[in-house]
Design a protein around this ligand. Structure first.
Ligand code: SF4
Length: 388
């Protein structure tokens, strides 16, 4: 398949709010369960080892009118939870047998409580991702949580995986993260050949299909990208920070690049890249998965940072690694974790002489003119003066 046809395939999955691909998977795999998970990090290896299809739930974006969802949440908080409720209340998530709610923020924690009340037939699990300074205590705690999840899902699916099956799932997700790293590296190397719009659509499609298929599709896309290099433009290189949970509308990602800013790193769908290093395949697989989280979780607004200066030095390191010219802070409106961190991140970046701009979005934002002007001016100012 060509790059364009893979992107088109991914776009069709992204736009399909009926999750037809998940429904088809269930029809073709009778008796097996599909389990949803909210952002940011869920241990999908365990779902896979139990024979379940992990399904990323990211809201309906700008393609879903909120009718019932507004009755459940205050109007001033981020858009994601009302959008997820709307998906649930309209029956679009009825192919799921359960949903995992990671401890990303209070909003998602509250959503887990609502889900329990609204959908008593679903398995609902609040996943208490560790936030403690002592690595030994954190690893023991997280291994205990993972074992409980394994036991629950083993019961739900009717399949309790042995150690070898767990290791096979760990190895598969190691390969998948490696492929995603290669995809990001290819974009950073030649962003005109791997446009962020296509990379993003591929990641979104990957939230809906089995990991084996996602891995094959990334490899196919990379081969197609190598065979069809795009035409380089005189754009600036930026990293986008703050979009780790509620996702920006596709139009916003396109707008940033069309306004003259190549995105060379980002935190879209960060759960895909949450573990920076491979999970070890020797020893107890659950211990290995727990330790990998504690030792190599990506530095982000949803993980405890023990170093008081850590948030201030983070962007300098990221910008250098990506050879970026500047930073665009793009967070969902009223996103507590992203907006609480932003002053520290911005302060550190500006002290390091890195140009920054900031805006807020909602997943259903439909007007991009102001973003186009901001990103366009930012790119021009970087090219003219190295900053704003
Ligand atoms: S967008 Fe931010 S505030 Fe809203 S659910 Fe996600 S992390 Fe929480």
């Amino acid at each position: 398949m060509s790059r364009a046809s893979i992107a088109q395939w991914a776009k069709e999955l992204y736009e399909d709010l009926d999750f037809s691909v998940v429904r088809r998977w269930r029809e073709n795999n009778p008796g097996r369960k599909a389990i949803g998970y909210l952002p940011v990090y869920a241990p999908r290896e365990i779902l896979h080892a139990c024979g379940c299809l992990p399904v990323g739930i990211h809201g309906g974006g700008d393609r879903l009118e909120i009718i019932k969802g507004d009755a459940f949440y205050q109007s001033y908080i981020c858009h994601l939870p009302r959008s997820v409720i709307e998906l649930g209340q309209s029956g679009r998530l009825d192919m799921l047998s359960g949903v995992l709610f990671p401890s990303t923020c209070d909003v998602i924690r509250n959503l887990s409580g609502m889900w329990k009340l609204l959908y008593p037939e679903h398995y609902v699990r609040y996943i208490d991702v560790p936030q403690v300074a002592d690595p030994r205590i954190a690893t023991d705690f997280w291994a205990g949580e993972l074992r409980r999840l394994l036991s629950d899902l083993g019961e739900l699916s009717g399949h309790v995986p042995g150690e070898e099956e767990l290791r096979a799932s760990l190895a598969l997700y190691n390969d998948l993260r490696q492929a995603i790293r290669e995809l990001y590296a290819a974009r950073s190397e030649a962003p005109w050949t791997v446009p962020s719009e296509e990379l993003y659509l591929l990641l979104r499609a990957g939230e809906l299909i089995p990991p084996e298929e996602f891995l094959a599709k990334i490899r196919e896309y990379l081969a197609a990208a190598r065979a069809e290099p795009g035409r380089m433009r005189d754009n600036s290189r930026v990293i986008v920070v703050g979009s780790f949970c509620e996702q920006p509308p596709l139009g916003l990602i396109k707008t940033i690049e069309r306004a003259g800013c190549y995105i060379v790193d980002d935190d879209f769908i960060l759960g895909n890249r949450f573990l920076v290093e491979d999970v070890p395949l020797e020893g107890d697989p659950i211990e290995g998965l727990a330790a990998a989280f504690i030792q190599s979780a990506v530095k982000s607004s949803v993980v405890y940072e023990p170093d008081p200066e850590g948030k201030r030095t983070l962007l300098k390191a990221q910008v250098e690694a990506a050879r970026a010219d500047g930073v665009i802070f793009a967070a969902a409106s009223f996103c507590d974790p992203a907006l609480l961190d932003r002053p520290m991140l911005k302060d550190g970046a500006e002290k390091a002489g890195i140009p920054c701009i900031a805006f807020k979005f909602s997943e259903n934002s439909g007007q991009f003119q102001q973003f186009r002007e901001q990103a366009g001016t930012f790119s021009d100012s970087i090219k003219l003066w190295g900053g704003v």
